[in-house]
Design a binder for this molecule. Structure first.
Ligand SMILES: NC(=O)c1ccc[n+]([C@@H]2O[C@H](COP(=O)([O-])OP(=O)(O)OC[C@H]3O[C@@H](n4cnc5c(N)ncnc54)[C@H](OP(=O)(O)O)[C@@H]3O)[C@@H](O)[C@H]2O)c1
Length: 386
């Protein structure tokens, strides 16, 4: 029985993980779980799955909760989560916190020496160099949960990276893949939150519409698979059936495929390196639609190209990019800016920040907070200057 910790249990990935665990209760036991403020959902899952310890990271909720689960110890604050990650007994932790708030937990899990199943790609975007060096000191293995990176891991399982010529990430192209560019200034929040093939949390759904998500995944792939940016390609594949491809040095290509569900990459991350008997997902090969592939258009998806360029520059700039993106998404979700202004604001910010190579964790966390606040406070002035 594998003891697992799940961070961000109440989100889209967390709840898909619950479905995987529900079907494999003989294999996985949740021993620690967290949410930020959805305590009702977290408490009800703690009751259902007999989770011994749960953490609500928003400490403001401490005095508001009166209805506690029966057999569960409940804790509050981000610091308490880090303390429990350092001191509890678990075999693998799945980090499904959204955004930059997931970074500290990734670092703590690796330094604790247990396996990290990583959905929180922002950890690698902000601190790939620190995570890689911490992994060398620890017994921890880093296993991707993102379907694209899980696909690559599965495709390269029988070979070494020096036999891989390139990694090819697939992207659905999101809801605006075919929208005339002249209509981009009329895009609404509701249209943006409606992804054609995946059901996900709000932040990643917007990142998919701008294709910032794919840019973040290119950076994630660079750190996970030690490939140069020039050897990581992206193709638009609207059907989301092929989750990614690996091209080998002899020219052969292996693609990993299946109907889109996060349950499969989650199950593979939890059972890695084995594929275990399961019915969490089945692909009927006769129902697969025609598959198509095309290039990522520069005019349509400028944030994708900006993210790749910033990933190549490295240092503190990916943190600046990520923080500006999180703030711009927050502004968009609160109807303060329009869809096309997301790119304009991020582009303005990243082009004005000085790079620092090999930043330490403190610098990364501080820069993240400073840039986030700056965008939230100054966005009107920034937009006037563009
Ligand atoms: N959804 C997908 O299909 C998918 C696929 C691949 C990768 N990912 C990655 O997985 C991560 C999670 O995505 P998601 O779609 O599951 O997000 P989501 O639905 O928004 O869920 C986020 C989870 O993180 C918690 N959380 C939010 N803010 C937090 C904070 N400041 N501190 C600690 N916990 C916090 C939330 O708690 P509350 O519910 O209490 O707010 C929730 O449990 C992201 O990094 C995303 O890029 C997602």
């Amino acid at each position: 029985m594998k003891k697992i910790a799940i961070l961000g249990l109440t989100g889209s990935i967390g709840l898909s993980t619950i479905e995987v665990v529900r079907q494999h209760q003989d294999k996985f036991k949740i021993v620690l779980a967290s949410a930020h403020n959805n305590y009702k959902k977290l408490c009800s899952l703690a009751d259902e799955f007999n989770i011994p310890q749960i953490v609500i990271t928003d400490k403001k909720l401490k005095n508001k909760i009166t209805d506690f689960p029966k057999n569960t110890s409940i804790f509050f604050s981000e610091d308490k989560l880090q303390e429990l990650l350092e001191n509890s007994d678990y075999d693998i932790a799945l980090n499904a916190i959204s955004g930059s708030s997931g970074l500290q937990s990734s670092m703590t899990i690796i330094s604790h020496g247990v396996d990290l199943a990583l959905a929180n790609k922002e950890s690698l975007v902000m601190a790939g160099h620190l995570i890689k060096s911490e992994l060398q000191r620890s017994n921890s293995r880093l296993i991707p949960v993102d379907s694209e990176h899980s696909a690559i891991l599965q495709a390269i399982s029988a070979t070494s990276m020096d036999q891989v010529r390139s990694i090819i990430l697939t992207a659905s192209g999101g809801p605006f893949r075919e929208l005339p560019l002249s209509e981009f200034n009329k895009i609404t929040k509701a249209q943006t939150l409606k992804h054609p093939t995946w059901e996900m949390g709000a932040k990643i759904t917007i990142d998919s519409a701008t294709m910032m998500n794919k840019g973040l995944e290119v950076i994630e792939a660079h750190w996970l698979f030690k490939k140069d940016f020039k050897d990581i390609k992206t193709v638009i594949h609207p059907q989301s059936i092929i989750h990614s491809l690996v091209e080998f040095v002899d020219g052969s290509i292996i693609a990993q495929m299946g109907f889109p569900t996060m349950k499969l990459p989650i199950l593979f991350a939890l059972s890695y390196p084995e594929h275990i008997q399961s019915s969490v997902a089945k692909t009927d090969i006769y129902k697969i639609p025609d598959l198509s592939f095309s290039e990522v258009e520069k005019d349509r998806f400028p944030l994708f190209y900006l993210a790749c360029e910033i990933g190549r520059k490295g240092g503190i700039l990916p943190t600046v990019l990520n923080a500006a993106n999180e703030a711009a998404i927050d502004l968009f979700l609160n109807d303060k800016i329009g869809f096309i202004q997301i790119f304009k604001i991020i582009n303005y910010i990243v082009n004005r920040e000085k790079n620092i190579q090999f930043p330490d964790l403190e610098t990364i966390v501080e820069t993240n907070n400073v840039i986030y606040q700056k965008v939230k406070k100054d966005y009107r002035n920034i937009l006037k200057r563009i």
